[in-house]
Design a protein around this ligand. Structure first.
Ligand code: HDD
Length: 707
């Protein structure tokens, strides 16, 4: 991975002016008065009652009592980092946006999130991941508030509060936390076939990423690029991770949630601290305005992708995350994203979900951050100084100079002036013709809910399909109302018969062949003539939708390999694999019986920071047993066997140094392509190659990976 030093940029410099460094400083009150004693309240006598005049205590407690703010109504759990976007292709023909011009380098802040859980919930929930980016461009902030899944559950913003109420913990008992596996979610979903496509993604391994650094990102909606002549081009934004797209198994995800619920947050933080800066390519799918109605699907319908085989993704730039926030609350928590933050050269399309979002985000930030001045918070400030006549409000920090705060004015020579008055461009909405009656209706071009869900399912490898079936079976088994299960199976039947019957088998239900009357009744509210014959799709399969690593394509950069050791382990045996892994950018982590020094066979000690008490195989990508006088202790260690067995079940690569093979006998590890023995040949390379495939999929026969 290319290690780029975090060069300074205008946003970094701006933030620096707000950073407070307490090193070598005296303690003060909030008003700067030096504090003499920070241990004792002011009392009438040292055993007497406290005094109300203790302004030092009042100052401290008044602030403490107000430390918490309202968490985000969705996407409350998040982790973020600073970075830059560099553009290396010329797309001036499509957009005048300055930050998308070849050679432009733009500072940005990216916040990843889960959707349903509260702020303190686990990172490994089965959920969509938010992928929200604020670009600090010279023309102001542009926010691309996307997800790691390219489609959405609903087509119209009117349904958003209902969707969120259905998936969040149920209102009577506030259960379950950060999980969609409950009645209300599936009740709603089984009445809304428009969600079928996105639910398929959410039931796939995409919803349990191995790392935030190994996820794709999508702008999701169709947006518009606008060039200097005012010509519009529809666009879909894609972020393609340099480390590939990878996930954990559901069984692992649930265990990781117990062993380290900050797994993704810590992984992102540590990668950046170590200089392993995560990178994504920025890709665009460009659709000429003339082609708006050309496809079998409607490009304004957010439940549809534009298959990459139909419109290729053109790579135009690279995003690098290269700096952790200085302070979680000030930056990550107070960051306020809004799809309505647009800059010249980019505009919204008529997608009714996108249109509805434009209101919701600004409104929620006003509430969550306590008033209309949230854009003056350091993390939200544009790098170009804003100039307008907006005044006052809670927590105003800009100090407007002079007596003029209105437009037009003559006292300040008409300033701040409108761009048009000086022949400058400024933000101009794309001049698209609009004609229509005011109606609350849904276009019938939005009525095909199953073709792309089928495309997704049929584009998956057999193992990925098994995981999807497992996920539906898990979630629907948690649903207590049998009618809801049946209603959902009727939807699955419309997508793919085999999918429906395999999930049905696990639930003891024969899938109904027709949609449930309640579901139909609901769909006909939007489409009175439903069912409407879908158009023939352009493609039946799309290779880009499968995450399975193509032979020879993988990388093991930043992957972590557990070296299982006990006293007496051989340093030479450790080093043999360690150096091979480090050459590939991976990391060897010794797991020993206790923290502190561990005796080496060759004499001397090595320091152990990770132990069998704290670290489990689910936190690692592969496992190695080095040789030495440690074999006896390993043989007697049940934690060692738990480690091996779990790594094996989760289809990870395992290596055994010469003399440790016998340890396999007491485990249920069986020799296969992913179990590498140190016996002649280039075993370290074989191990690296096995890891590059991410998982040893051949090992995964049905039910080998527990649900
Ligand atoms: Fe949303 C937050 C992504 C539809 C209303 N949304 C939020 C965040 C992400 C998304 C990544 C977290 C931003 C952050 O890190 O602070 N939302 C999406 C995507 C959608 C989508 C990709 C569909 C394509 N959202 C959507 C709709 C509405 C909202 C239709 C309402 C009409 N979303 C919100 C919100 C949130 C939010 C209530 C909660 C916290 C916040 O905005 O800042 O306004």
């Amino acid at each position: 991975m290319k290690k780029i030093q975090p060069a300074s940029n205008p946003k970094v410099e701006q933030l620096k002016t707000h950073v407070v460094d307490n090193a070598n400083q005296r303690l003060t009150t909030n008003d700067g008065s030096p504090i003499y004693d920070n241990n004792n309240t002011l009392k009438a006598g040292n055993r007497g009652p406290s005094l109300l005049q203790d302004h030092v205590y009042l100052d401290k407690l008044m602030h403490f009592d107000r430390e918490r703010i309202t968490e985000r109504v969705v996407h409350a759990r998040g982790s973020a980092a600073h970075g830059v976007l560099e553009i290396h292709e010329d797309i001036t023909a499509y957009t005048s946006a300055k930050f998308l011009q070849k050679g432009a380098v733009t500072p940005l802040f990216l916040r990843f999130s889960t959707v349903a859980g509260f702020r303190g919930s686990t990172d490994l929930a089965r959920d969509v991941r938010g992928f929200a980016i604020k670009f600090y461009t010279e023309d102001g902030n542009f926010d691309l508030v996307g997800n790691n899944i390219p489609v959405f559950f609903i087509q119209d913003a009117m349904n958003f509060p209902d969707l969120v109420h259905a998936v969040k913990p149920e209102p009577n008992n506030e259960m379950p936390q950060a999980a969609s596996a409950h009645d209300t979610f599936w009740d709603f979903i089984s009445l809304m076939p428009e969600a079928a496509h996105m639910v398929m993604w959410a039931m796939s391994d995409r919803a349990i990423p191995r790392s935030l650094r190994m996820m794709e990102g999508f702008g999701v909606h169709t947006f518009k690029l606008v060039n200097a002549e005012g010509k519009g081009t529809f666009v879909k934004f894609h972020w393609k991770p340099k480390l590939g797209v990878h996930s954990v198994a559901w069984n692992e995800a649930q265990k990781i949630s117990g062993f380290n619920s900050d797994f993704h947050r810590q992984d992102l933080w540590e990668a950046i601290e170590k200089g392993n800066f995560p990178q994504w390519d920025l890709g665009v799918q460009l659709i000429p305005e003339e082609d708006e109605l050309k496809y079998s699907f409607d490009i304004l319908d957010v439940t549809k992708i534009v298959p990459e085989e139909v419109v290729p993704v053109k790579i135009i730039g690279t995003m690098t995350l290269n700096r952790n926030p200085e302070n979680f609350f000030a930056e990550t928590e107070q960051s306020a994203f809004d799809p309505g933050r647009l800059v010249p050269g980019i505009d919204v399309s008529d997608d009714p979900l996108l249109q509805g979002r434009i209101f919701s985000y600004m409104d929620t930030q006003n509430y969550r951050l306590g008033g209309p001045n949230f854009h003056e918070l350091p993390i939200n400030r544009s790098v170009n100084q804003k100039h307008n006549n907006q005044l006052d409000g809670f927590a105003k920090s800009d100090i407007l100079k002079g007596e003029v705060s209105y437009f037009p004015n003559s006292k300040q020579a008409g300033c701040p002036y409108q761009a048009m008055l000086k022949g400058e461009t400024g933000f101009q909405s794309h001049k698209q013709p609009v004609d229509g009656k005011k109606v609350r209706e849904r276009s019938d071009s939005f009525a095909d809910h199953f073709t792309q869900a089928r495309l997704f399912f049929r584009s998956q490898s057999p193992e990925e399909q098994d995981h999807i079936i497992g996920a539906y079976s898990f979630e629907l088994s948690k649903v207590t109302d049998p009618k809801i299960r049946e209603r959902e199976l009727a939807i699955l039947y419309q997508i793919d018969e085999a999918l429906a019957s395999r999930v049905g088998e696990n639930l003891n239900i024969t899938p109904p062949k027709e949609l449930d009357p309640l579901t139909l009744q609901f769909v006909r509210q939007n489409h009175p003539n439903y069912p409407i014959k879908p158009k023939k799709p352009e493609v039946e399969k799309s290779a880009a939708l499968s995450m399975k690593v193509k032979e020879g394509k993988g990388t093991i950069e930043t992957r972590k390999v557990a070296f299982l050791v006990e006293n007496g382990v051989s340093k030479a045996s450790i080093d043999a694999l360690k150096s091979a892994l480090e050459k590939e950018g991976a990391e060897a982590v010794l797991i020993g019986p206790k923290v502190g020094p561990l005796k080496l066979k060759e004499g001397g000690t090595t320091d152990i920071a990770h132990t069998y008490f704290t670290d489990k195989s689910v936190l690692y990508d592969a496992v190695y047993t080095p040789a030495g006088d440690s074999v006896g202790a390993l043989k007697a260690n049940p934690d060692y066997y738990e480690f091996l067995n779990e790594a094996y079940t989760h289809c990870k690569a395992l290596a055994f140094a010469k003399g440790t093979e016998s340890l396999m006998e007491k485990s249920f590890v069986e020799k296969d392509a992913g179990v590498i023995l140190e016996e002649g040949g280039d075993w370290t390379q074989e191990f690296v190659n096995a890891m590059k495939m991410h998982r040893i999929w051949e090992r995964e026969k049905a039910r080998k990976v527990p649900s």
